[in-house]
Design a protein around this ligand. Structure first.
Ligand code: C2G
Length: 161
């Protein structure tokens, strides 16, 4: 936890940082902020586990959900629309704020805008975002084995049976 002077408004874009901890003229403990990125197609336990593990380490979780247009750039096509995917992420109790992810370069901007202490991804992205370590902690957490949107899709199509 960081200590922080009371005037935290410019660093509190979503009113997450100031809640209940600030008293005029008193040094406050600013909550720690983590940000993560993904498609979250066919929202599953692997996504939930990642969010839960992040909230076990940080006070505030900001999740950037890839738009359908950005997924096309990533060469991915999701079964569930962006509008529904971000609503499902928002409905997860571990998530404090969900925003759109629309390009590879937005991470640097987001880390500064949300005053993030950490950018966290699952271990399948290990090493991919180390350059962000100049701005904040870069953390790769173990993936949940045995579940993925791709596997779910092929199960549904009955391909694996
Ligand atoms: N994940 C996990 N366990 C699984 C499946 C996924 O921990 N069984 C994690 C991934 O490691 C990732 C997050 O869930 O951190 C979202 O995964 P995807 O929706 O597959 O995200 P992806 O399309 O890889 O997009 O800028 C980064 C990209 O947006 C990542």
């Amino acid at each position: 936890m960081r200590t922080h002077p009371t005037s935290a408004t410019s660093q509190d874009p979503a009113g997450l940082l100031g809640s209940g901890l600030t008293h005029p003229g008193v040094l406050t403990l600013a909550p720690t902020v983590a940000i993560t990125y993904g498609t979250y197609d066919l929202f599953h336990i692997g996504h939930v586990n990642l969010f839960r593990r992040i909230k076990e380490r940080y006070d505030v979780l900001v999740v950037a959900v890839s738009t359908d247009e950005f997924n096309a750039v990533k060469g991915k096509r999701s079964a569930v629309s962006y509008a529904d995917r971000i609503e499902m992420v928002r409905a997860c109790r571990y998530v404090d704020l969900a925003i759109p992810e629309s390009d590879w370069g937005q991470k640097e901007r987001d880390i500064v805008q949300y005053n993030a202490d950490a950018m966290v991804m699952g271990s399948d992205w290990t090493g991919h975002f180390d350059t962000l370590a100049t701005l904040c902690e870069v953390v790769y957490l173990p993936r949940t084995e045995g579940v993925s949107s791709t596997e779910l899709k092929s199960n549904i199509k009955g391909e694996s049976r």
